[in-house]
Design a protein. Structure first.
Length: 171
């Protein structure tokens, strides 16, 4: 248990608020937040610590913790020491897609991947960059997703066999 155990995660800002202590770190850290069926924090794990501009992440290291905690859903967080959160890098998208694929097989819902820095935070779910299928999610997971979809005008899309979401700016 840690001091955030039991806190309900309702939106990306909640994720940022419980992990912002990593925002000013000089090296990248990859954080896993495990959640119960009510979207309450079970535990925050610092999965791996990297270099100033990258961190290596392997699904084995992530999901061993998620399984140990018996989590229903999870969120990923990593920091950018450079402060850049304007765009999600291709590497960030690739590792997130890989982790989401593993999560789907394991029956664990990925609710978000939030990138944090001294300049704030960026939610991949909020920006429609999280390609996961939320159709089989628990109700509390869906509430998180539904809030993002509504607040940030994101619509559901299908890319190949994957379901995802993209931001509809109405332009």
């Amino acid at each position: 248990m840690n001091k955030y155990t039991g806190i309900r995660i309702k939106n990306p800002e909640d994720i940022y608020n419980i992990t912002k202590n990593y925002a000013n770190k000089k090296q990248e850290h990859f954080i896993l937040i495990t959640l119960n069926g009510a979207s309450e924090v079970i535990k925050i794990h610092n999965v791996t610590k990297g270099l100033v501009n990258m961190v290596l992440v392997h699904p084995r290291e992530v999901f061993s913790r998620a399984l140990k905690d018996l989590s229903v859903s999870i969120a990923f967080v990593h920091n950018h020491p450079s402060g850049n959160i304007d765009e999600t890098s291709e590497k960030d998208k690739e590792i997130t897609e890989r982790l989401c694929s593993v999560a789907k097989i394991m029956g664990i819902c990925v609710i978000d991947h939030v990138i944090i820095s001294k300049n704030g935070w960026r939610s991949m779910a909020k920006h429609g960059e999280l390609l996961v299928d939320w159709r089989n999610s628990k109700t509390s997971d869906y509430e998180y997703v539904a809030e993002i979809l509504k607040e940030y005008k994101i619509e559901r899309i299908q890319i190949g066999g994957k379901y995802g979401y993209k931001r509809n700016l109405g332009i």
